[in-house]
Design a binder for this molecule. Sequence first.
Ligand code: CA
Length: 443
Amino acid sequence: MQLNHTHDPATRSWLPSATDTDFPIQNLPLAVFRRSGSDESFRGGVAIGDQVLDLAALSGTACLQGLAAQAAGACAQAVLNGFLALGPAAWQALRHALFGLLQSSAPGTSVAAVRACLLPQDAVEYAVPMAIGDYTDFYTSIHHARNVGRIARPDAPPLTPNFQWLPIAYHGRASSIVVSGQRFRRPMGQFMPAGASTPVYGPCARLDYELELGICIGQGNALGEPIALAQAESHIFGLCLLNDWSARDIQFWEMAPLGPFLGKNFATSVSPWLVSLEALAPFRLPFERPADEPQPLAYLESAGNRAQGVLDVRLEVLLQTARQRSKGQPGTRVSHTSFRHQYWTLAQMVTQHTVGGCNLQPGDLLGTGTISGPQPQEAGAMVELTKGGREPLTLTHADGVTEQRAFLQDGDAVILRGWCEAPGRVRIGFGECRGEVLPALGA
Ligand code: CA
């Protein structure tokens, strides 16, 4: 991914709110939205400052031509799959056209037309931005794998023998993926309490979150035709924040030998905004593998992946209890890390997924797996932060009151945030991914 004029840190938008924001003109992420509480159709929009640029409205003006107009027209639908299927040239045409319309040097006539297509973000509601045909969740943080391995299998080596050889994953559930802001019920299920010899059925007692990024697939591949590593990123439109809510007691009882099932399939939250790989281009780093660790097999190696396969996306998790919310207090930050610490790259995940011939389709979603950094405070799940619940977190509220959490309680909200920053670059953000726990049905 080459840098171009849309990454120029000197360019400003004519929209005043587009400075010191997650959504400057260098970002331009996509969502689907409608006016809050209305029965309008959902349609595609682009974030700029504190506004949404309505792409359905804009595509009805004379502001866009050619491939950019075709791309905006595809975004007028209630899901972005048609736009995603158009591929990188169309994605770039739209981004570059919008950049031209929103920059401070844009001509006055187009500024007036674009301004008429803006709505305040605080007056809209969002939906999951694409129809997700298939959802796959990877497991690509070596720090997370070691931390959880020690808890789940204390008598075995923390890493499974395959971890350093391939990006491992399981096929997840797409129907229960919800957009940020939605609440969900604590799941009921079967689990084996510590020290018991017979499992019980009841509300999950070890409810957790997982800090992840979601990878939105653009153009897919034909069944039987793998995606080579050098082409893998051209099949990714962009990234969102993803919370893979996890019922640890249910999960750890059920997952051997076939993997997660009911411990994961009750809810997965995603942020509304898809940040394009093009917007993320200034925040790349080389992929490195220490010499004393297994080097990737040839099909998971490419010069491009070695040179800039890693993305430095900064991430944080906030936990807001019901008490904090009732007092109007923000949540407490419980961890922060960067995606740069992940053991496998985006491209390696896409190639691994398709190497046997599996076909990806536009709008498919891949989770990166929990993102945990090397330090204890960089862990991306509570089960790691609390050592399996043995060392509860102390949450200190703004008024000095403290609460303790080994796992999530009813009424707790978890907020994920992500952003990129680098010297000489304009900071861009992902917005937030928020979800709230409701009591179990019948509880
Ligand atoms: Ca996960």
